[in-house]
Write a protein that binds this ligand. Structure first.
Ligand SMILES: Cc1cc2nc3c(=O)[nH]c(=O)nc-3n(C[C@H](O)[C@H](O)[C@H](O)COP(=O)(O)OP(=O)(O)OC[C@H]3O[C@@H](n4cnc5c(N)ncnc54)[C@H](O)[C@@H]3O)c2cc1C
Length: 461
């Protein structure tokens, strides 16, 4: 659906942005939604700021005439956070995509919000350094979106989340204040660290204009192992066996159903002949290969691992990673309903078993595909749409099924959203992870930073 913006409001936007205001159907289609496809969209206009001054002017206008604003990065979000559903103005960061500063001593890069994650990774590489936050959508997602969702990915087990790499932020709050938060300092014991409130706020408090991101030393060359594991519980034995003596760079898992789909859709070869119900993908430093092989042999001897392969070259390592990285893409044609949840690592087997039992009992016709980031307790539960079922009714049913899954999450002390955010998708379920008091405090904070509720209304709460 396309919303009509009144002429005076449109003219006021043109005063700020000139030609960088779009009200055409193609722009609405492209910028009105994120990677989720289930939410109807309604866009007032799309604007493309060039700098913080234009964003400030926009926020002042929005507060004055009552416009609602949706920050939009690469729109790879998986929770509807960047969806415009009620005639909002989409604020797209395509024109704010420069790396504006780099300091080699501090190892800090200043990125405008629209810099793509992969561009920061490649900038770091060119400087002989490393930006470790990485996932399959890095080529399209932006640093602003990563900060706003506190993105995680495949290297969290060693390097942490986006939050761990943000040394400073420039933001414009919903009330129209331009703030420079932390300014790249390592130590700054001067009261509340407001920077961290904006990380993971999903654009509900204000705009991230730029971010000072830390870089890590370039890691040693790495190698990749794919292991077939006898049961989900035994994956944790394998994790423990490796982590006791090694600092693994990544430890991911996926089920046999995920493997079958990736092999078929991507025309890849199975890594080995033996079939297993679950597979683990590990990345190790090349220096740790010998210890890694010893650990692998130990896991085989224990009967946890039924087969395995280790990459012998960079190109082989890349192919092995594809078995994990291409899962989302390989499921896309089956319109999966995605749930991204977390529990403590030790709770994962019991949680998975409880969810399997619940789905088989209540929704026996639905097929669940499991994969995720074992090392940090993050499971992606993908429910596939049965052939012939209409997408809208399938999503309604999955939304209902989610309630049961979140009750199980609550029992296991987990979170209804591990790294994809709340957006529109999870807002009905926030109370399964957060207490009433916490949600009340979040609302109070929102009112301080955005008293008129112009920033991404209807998201998170
Ligand atoms: C194939 C695939 C794999 C993925 N894998 C992972 C993964 O492993 N780990 C993970 O964490 N995520 C993953 N994601 C989700 C997604 O890529 C991340 O959430 C990412 O951080 C979103 O960035 P974006 O620029 O696309 O943000 P968008 O989708 O554009 O926006 C996300 C949220 O951030 C807000 N926002 C965007 N820019 C700004 C800004 N400048 N200021 C304030 N708010 C802003 C939006 O309003 C919205 O609420 C995956 C997505 C896909 C499609």
């Amino acid at each position: 659906m396309v919303a009509q913006l009144s002429e005076p409001k449109l003219a006021a936007l043109r005063d700020i942005f000139g030609d960088d205001v779009r009200v055409d159907a193609e722009a609405f289609e492209r910028y009105g939604r994120d990677w989720t496809r289930q939410f109807p969209t309604s866009v007032g206009a799309v604007v493309f700021p060039h700098d913080s001054a234009e964003i400030l002017a926009l926020v002042q206008l929005a507060n004055k005439v009552g416009l609602a604003l949706v920050p939009s990065g690469g729109r790879t979000g998986l929770s509807g956070g960047a969806v415009a559903s009620a005639g909002e103005i989409v604020v797209a960061f395509d024109r704010m995509n420069r790396i504006t500063d780099f300091d080699t001593v501090d190892r800090l890069v200043t990125c405008e919000a629209g810099v793509k994650t992969a561009e920061l990774q490649s900038f770091a590489r060119d400087k002989g350094l490393y930006y470790p936050v990485d996932f399959a959508s890095a080529g399209s997602s932006t640093i602003g979106g990563n900060v706003a969702t506190n993105a995680g990915g495949i290297k969290v087990i060693r390097y942490g989340l986006t939050r761990d790499w943000v040394a400073g932020l420039t933001v414009v709050t919903g009330s129209g204040a331009l703030l420079q938060l932390n300014r790249g300092l390592v130590k700054n014991a001067t009261g509340y660290d407001i920077r961290h409130l904006f990380i993971g706020a999903e654009g509900t408090l204000g705009f991230i204009v730029d971010a000072q991101m830390k870089l890590a030393p370039m890691p040693a060359a790495s190698c990749v192992l794919v292991l077939g594991v006898r049961s989900f519980g035994e994956i944790l034995n394998v994790l423990d066996a490796f982590q006791r003596t090694l600092s693994v760079c990544a430890f991911e898992f996926f089920s046999d159903k995920a493997m079958r789909r990736v092999l078929m859709r991507q025309r890849l070869q199975a890594p080995f002949d033996t079939e297993a119900p679950f597979y683990a993908v590990l990345e190790l430093d090349q220096n740790d290969v010998e210890t890694g092989i010893a650990r692998f042999e130990h896991c085989m001897a224990q009967g946890w691992v039924v087969d395995g392969v280790m990459s012998q070259s960079e190109s082989q390592a890349r192919s092995l990673w594809r078995l994990r990285e291409d899962i989302s893409d390989s499921l896309a044609h089956e319109s999966p309903y995605k749930n991204d949840v977390s529990v403590r690592v030790s709770r994962m087997p019991a949680f998975l078993e409880d969810v399997e039992t619940y789905v088989q009992r209540e929704y026996p016709d639905l097929e669940v595909i499991w994969f995720g980031h074992i090392g940090d307790g993050n499971l992606h539960i993908n429910i596939l749409k049965p052939a012939g079922v209409e997408t809208a009714s399938f999503f309604v049913r999955c939304h209902e099924a989610s309630r049961g899954i979140f009750e199980i999450i609550q029992r296991h002390g987990g979170s209804v959203s591990a790294e994809h955010g709340v957006g529109l998708l999870k807002k009905d379920f926030l109370e399964f992870s957060r207490s009433r008091e916490e949600i009340g405090l979040m609302r109070s904070l929102k009112a301080v930073f955005d008293p008129n509720g112009i920033m991404n209304p209807g998201k998170v709460f």
